[in-house]
Design a protein around this ligand. Structure first.
Ligand code: GTP
Ligand code: MG
Length: 197
């Protein structure tokens, strides 16, 4: 499915402008700068369709991309970004929360976690919300190229342990580097199963 052409088709700042849910959707959530947009590019090998940046807070709307009529990939704005004005921060967080807890056809949320930094309070907040709304999610460690493999494994174990009582989490914790491509094929394999054929 990831070989299909990636096509941007909608951006939303408020839930009333979400496109009608017609195909299985996978969303990418996580703190600002964790590598959400980069991961979409790496998964599809289509660089430049999704914009990325060194500066946190680039993605400010919920962006919908489709792979033919098989799957919809959703790039969410990052949360916890320190420099944004409080009211802007709040409105993005509320939008992301509303999206993950109410969106019809949302098959999976990939919650991206920076391998070096681990899970933040806002990540756990989102996890609790997804548990309450029965949204299936999985943890994807990002930027694994920045740490030693042993530290990646330790981080994965620590997170899996912290979520072991949760019901909607899909194990195991996965790991990826958009820079080196490590783990990307595995992730394609797991997410590809959610596509419509
Ligand atoms: P927001 O849209 O601000 O929430 O950020 P984002 O999560 O979409 O992050 P983005 O993909 O824009 O990447 C942020 C920065 O991290 C960019 O400078 C990327 O080049 C870098 N980056 C992304 N993935 C990796 C990775 O796997 N390894 C390394 N070393 N850097 C990465
Ligand atoms: Mg982004």
């Amino acid at each position: 499915v990831f070989r299909n052409k990636l096509e941007f088709f909608a951006a939303a700042k408020i839930s009333s402008s979400f496109p009608p849910p017609t195909i299985p959707e996978i969303a990418f959530a996580g703190v600002s700068n964790v590598g959400k947009s980069s991961l979409l590019n790496a998964l599809t090998r289509q660089w430049g369709v999704v914009r990325t940046s060194d500066k946190p807070g680039l993605t400010q709307t919920i962006n919908f991309f489709r792979l033919a009529s098989k799957m919809c990939l959703v790039d969410l704005p990052g949360y916890g970004f320190a420099y944004a004005k409080d009211e802007v921060k709040e409105s993005w967080q509320e939008l992301v929360k509303e999206y993950v807890s109410t969106r019809v056809g949302l098959e999976r949320v990939c919650l991206l976690v920076h391998t070096k930094r681990g899970m933040k309070p806002l990540d756990y907040e989102l996890v609790d919300l997804m548990e309450r709304s029965k949204t299936r999610y999985q943890i994807v460690l990002t930027k694994t190229d920045l740490v030693f493999p042993i530290d990646v494994a330790r981080r994965a174990m620590e997170i899996q342990e912290s979520l072991k009582k949760n019901k909607c989490v899909i194990n195991p914790v996965m790991m990826a580097s958009s820079k080196t491509g490590a783990g990307i094929r595995n992730l394609r394999g797991v997410l590809g199963k959610l596509a419509r054929f």
